[in-house]
Write a protein that binds this ligand. Structure first.
Ligand code: ATP
Ligand code: MG
Length: 651
């Protein structure tokens, strides 16, 4: 059984696995510890992760980034149309109302929804993990930003289900980091908590979470977010400034040419990274467009001036997080920073100055979230034993239930889970009703939600309600905020006050039976739920399609491998039978064999370029039938002299 943690970043994902020795971050097929979050489509196959990264510019129109940003969003969402459209070069498309893309795949125009795209990527991560741990992968914990809402969380879960991953928890990324922190700190206080501010600035967003630690447990106190503050915003600033310079200096407009813009983005990111460690960074791009080469020099001072407004904004999130946690700066004992963008010196300086403290470095800046997620998975998985550590998570946005007024009841809504309510959590509400009724769940403060997110969460119809003796029935409704942060009505039932026997003991210790009035459950009511989840049929259809595409990719890879072996054999044997093997091949077949080998190599580049796997395999077998005896004879002869020599030596 696997115990896996995935930090699902917008730029890249990091996978950690729990093993007996501890938590390890695993490497992908090109030995990187992070895998690009990119999916790309070609005429014969898909390219996922690293393979897609290499297509980012050459096959931009069929390559998709920003998958985490569009997950769970509709096609007309302003975040998709106004923001992500600038990053996704593939054409955006309506996939059953969901945000999706239209691409050329298998020489056909095809549309894929955001959930399908995420499933493709997760399937790749699953594969990478399976080959590393040499076994099947199912149980996992995946990180999401604390600001993800119900619809986004559901979409991520649906994608995991589609590829056979069993997500034990969607954990808030900074809570995962905090768990890793808490479990390794052996000096946590017994009583007065240690308050730590965790700051994550990644590729596209910024979170701050204040967490209190005492021995054996952590409690999230409050958090705050800026969903439009990450590395890509800094890249964009450099892109804009350099584009301006190039216009003047080289008379080119990179915004008029998609490929040029992509090339400049890559160069700008590199420039930004160099500036984190150096006072200046050169930018050189060969034939950016119209066969023009461009170059520029950016100093750190310039960059800090250009991005000044972002550095100012850095403090806002910190202030809000403290406010939500109900703590003052003086009460913060330590500050930990994670995420690639916190490497920018001016960001570090701003955060450090705000808290009046040096930044602690307990956590691995890139891997802390994945490690924490793997730890959380180990704690939830039955197969692993981990030291107990309580994680008291909170709900980010207040949630209310709304219903129609009745003659008996004027009230029509209640905030059922306020922000800072713990997760998971169950509440039981009481209603008096004569007939079936409906509860609607909404986020109570729509203005605090990420832009474009509909505050509607779900609808729950409580059925089969009837009056009891002409009076409204008393109904209990059990509402659950589950471990992923999703809302559901778990059950509804009627209760009645009845006289029941209760056994008590009197003061002499003798048993007494007393009649007492008690609320007892008298019947279950059925609940029909409507949520933001995709329909079962659609999910099944997606899952089926995903497994077909997966099988096709595997077949293409196996075909490619068979073709490569045939080609390699052809070249190698041709050289060898003319060289070292020359004396060991029957002269009557030698020329014919050499000819056959030549023919195969030629064939691969002509008619055989696109042959099915079986043809490559058959051809290789046919050649080996002739070649293998030759190699065998050579080997025997090669061993004989050693045998003779050793015989001579003993004489
Ligand atoms: P998100 O958390 O926003 O979903 P992510 O987890 O994929 O995204 P990270 O891997 O934490 O993001 O950070 C990636 C960002 O960090 C990129 O924008 C990258 O350019 C930036 N980055 C990485 N190294 C440096 C550096 N040395 N200096 C400045 N920025 C850097
Ligand atoms: Mg991240």
């Amino acid at each position: 059984m696997s115990v896996v943690g995935i930090d699902l970043g917008n730029l890249q994902a990091i996978i950690a696995v729990a093993r007996n020795r501890g938590i390890d971050v695993i490497c992908n097929e090109v030995s990187n510890r992070a895998t690009p979050n990119i999916v790309s489509f070609g005429p014969k196959q898909r390219y996922l992760g690293e393979a897609a990264k290499t297509q980012e510019i050459s096959n931009a129109k069929n390559t998709v980034v920003s998958i985490k940003r569009i997950i769970g969003r509709t096609i007309d969402d302003p975040e998709v149309q106004e923001v992500e459209k600038n990053f996704i070069m593939a054409e955006l498309a309506d996939a059953n109302g969901q945000a999706g893309v239209k691409v050329q795949y298998l020489n056909e125009e095809q549309i894929f929804s955001n959930v399908q795209l995420l499933a493709m990527y997760l399937n790749k991560l699953k594969d990478t993990t399976a080959s590393e741990i040499n076994g099947p992968v199912s149980d996992c914990v995946i990180t999401v930003p604390g600001w993800f809402t119900e619809v986004q969380r559901r979409a991520v879960l649906t994608a995991t289900e589609m590829v056979g991953l069993n997500c034990l928890r969607l954990v808030n990324d900074l809570t995962a980091a905090a768990l890793g922190y808490g479990i390794t700190k052996l000096d946590l206080p017994e009583e007065k908590p240690r308050n730590v501010a965790f700051v994550d600035i990644g590729h596209s967003s910024y979170s701050c979470q204040i967490v209190s630690f005492i021995k054996g447990q952590l409690t999230v106190r409050g958090n705050a977010f800026d969903e439009h503050f990450g590395g890509r915003e800094f890249d964009a600033i450099i892109v804009d400034k350099l584009a301006e310079q190039f216009k003047e200096k080289f008379k080119i407009d990179v915004f008029s040419n998609k490929k040029a813009l992509l090339r400049l983005r890559v160069a700008a990111e590199r420039c930004k990274k160099v500036l984190s460690a150096n006072p200046q960074a050169p930018v050189n791009i060969e034939s950016i467009m119209d066969d023009r080469d461009v170059s520029a020099m950016v100093t750190r001072e310039e960059f800090e001036e250009w991005a000044g407004h972002l550095f100012v904004r850095t403090e806002d999130v910190l202030k809000k997080a403290l406010e939500n946690a109900g703590l003052t700066i003086e009460e913060i004992d330590a500050v930990e920073m994670v995420g690639g963008t916190t490497r920018i010196p001016a960001i570090k300086a701003t955060v450090s100055k705000f808290f009046g403290k040096d930044i602690s470095t307990t956590l691995n800046q890139d891997e802390a979230m994945a490690r924490g997620a793997a730890l959380q998975c180990a704690m939830l998985s039955p197969v692993f034993k981990v030291r107990d550590f309580r994680v008291n998570e909170i709900c980010t946005y207040p949630i209310k239930l709304v219903w129609d007024a009745t003659p008996e009841e004027e009230e029509t809504e209640i905030v059922v889970f306020d922000n800072n309510n713990s997760i998971p959590s169950t509440k039981i509400l009481t209603f008096f009703r004569r007939e079936p009724f409906t509860l609607q769940a909404f986020y109570a403060k729509p203005e605090s939600l990420p832009r474009g997110i509909n505050p509607w969460i779900g609808q729950f119809n409580i059925k089969n309600v009837e009056p009891v003796n002409g009076e409204p029935a008393q109904i209990k409704v059990k509402v659950r905020l589950n471990i992923h942060g999703l809302i559901s009505v778990e059950s509804a039932y009627t209760v009645e006050e009845k006289m029941v026997d209760e056994e008590t003991k009197n003061k002499d210790g003798e048993k007494e039976i007393k009649k007492v009035k008690k609320l007892v459950k008298t019947g279950d009511l059925s609940v029909v739920s409507g949520t933001t989840a995709l329909s079962k049929e659609l999910v099944n259809e997606y899952a089926e399609k995903e497994s077909q595409m997966y099988a096709n990719d595997k077949l293409i890879a196996a075909t490619e491998a068979a073709k490569n072996s045939l080609e390699e054999y052809g070249y190698e044997m041709r050289d060898k039978i003319l060289g070292p093997l020359s004396d060991y091949i029957d002269p009557s077949i030698k020329d014919k064999f050499a000819e056959d080998l030549n023919a195969v190599v030629d064939w691969i580049y002509e008619d055989g370029y696109d042959a099915p796997k079986s043809v490559y395999v058959e051809k290789l077998e046919a050649l080996k039938k002739i070649g293998n005896p030759v190699i065998e004879r050579y080997r025997e002869a090669d061993e004989r002299p050693h045998a003779e020599r050793s015989l001579r030596d003993t004489m």
